[in-house]
Design a protein around this ligand. Structure first.
Ligand code: FAD
Ligand code: A2P
Length: 261
């Protein structure tokens, strides 16, 4: 029996004991907006697929699809997904959705991308999309993890972006990258919420602050607790949440649904 939603893994990269990325073939008919997510999974033992939401980490122009994933030890999907190899099949439901899209934001000058952990995934797509650079004069990518190793996928992606012959020129002078750790010493530390409210990120990057609803827009992707706390910070600076149906100053997506939520 053939499954029309089956795609093939083309590349797997392990970043840490708990993080990996992989690339799969892209169905010719799949169109999506950078920042959206789809359902992907593996066939279950009883023949019923195990499907989970995943942000597409590759830009909409890419021939393949990339995903950036956690490895949950006893997770129904990722305990198995972490072992995929090139050539293996993956189920992909080609119905992209999501709010982390340019269309859901009013035009602005400076776009803040605020992510913790695997919440970086939609920004891996958006950072590689020329539309991001055409629509914004400045882009600040803040990514926070407990330890430095967890920042590596994002760090490498930003480095490659800056060295890219095509997009490198668009990005030059516009991108400000601010990776921080919270539980391991590093050059920049602290929670995104704290670094925004204290103004530390503005001082460290030499940017004018604080956040200003006239010029600043934000896209947020992390745990439920993180999203809630960042929303309160953004609201405090006078920014208003938007949606596909009513564009606003910031948009939010869950990076995962936590225990008990
Ligand atoms: P599950 O039973 O789904 O999860 C078990 C527990 O693991 C959860 O209760 C939670 O505490 C923890 N957990 C799950 N996912 C994460 C995570 N990403 N980071 C930290 N802790 C986690 N996951 C990704 O790895 N990459 C993505 O791009 C991604 N995009 C998502 C987009 C949306 C809109 C949503 C709702 C979730 C997304 N997820 C993503 C989470 C994903 O859907 C699964 O939860 C994850 O793959 C684990 O699946 P599982 O079956 O192994 O364990
Ligand atoms: P911290 O180490 O201070 O908890 P987690 O692995 O728990 O999902 O966290 C990922 C990163 O997000 C960590 O650096 C963590 O900082 C930070 N973080 C977790 N919850 C929040 C929150 N409510 N507000 C801001 N940052 C958060």
């Amino acid at each position: 029996m053939t499954n029309p939603d089956l795609q093939t893994v083309t590349k797997v990269t392990h970043w840490t004991d708990t993080l990996f990325s992989f690339r799969v073939t892209r169905p010719a008919s799949l169109r999506f907006r950078s920042g959206e997510f789809v359902m992907i999974g593996l066939p279950g033992d009883n023949g019923k697929p195990i499907l989970r939401a995943y942000s597409i980490a590759s830009p909409s122009w890419d021939d393949e699809l990339e995903f950036y994933s956690i490895k949950v030890a006893n997770g129904p999907l990722t305990s198995r997904l972490q072992h995929v190899q090139p050539g293996d099949p993956i189920i992909l439901r080609p119905k992209p959705v999501g709010t982390l899209v340019h269309d859901a934001l009013k035009p602005g000058f400076r776009l803040w991308m605020l992510a913790t952990g695997t919440g970086f995934a939609p920004f891996a797509s958006l950072l590689r999309d020329p539309e991001t650079w055409e629509k914004n004069e400045r882009v600040v990518m803040m990514h926070t993890c407990r330890e430095a190793g967890e920042l590596e996928y994002g760090r490498k992606l930003v480095e490659d972006l800056q060295n890219d012959p095509l997009i490198g020129e668009l990005v030059a002078g516009k991108l400000h990258y601010y990776p921080t750790t919270t539980r391991e010493a590093g050059p920049f530390m602290g929670r995104i919420t704290d670094n925004l409210t204290s103004g530390k990120v503005f001082t460290d990057l030499g940017l004018p602050g604080p956040l200003d609803p006239e010029i600043d827009r934000a896209m947020v992707c992390g745990s439920l607790a993180f999203n809630k706390d960042v929303a309160a910070v953004l609201d405090g600076f006078g920014l208003h949440e938007g949606a596909n149906s009513a564009p606003g100053d910031y948009v939010i997506e869950k990076a995962f649904v936590g225990d008990g939520v």
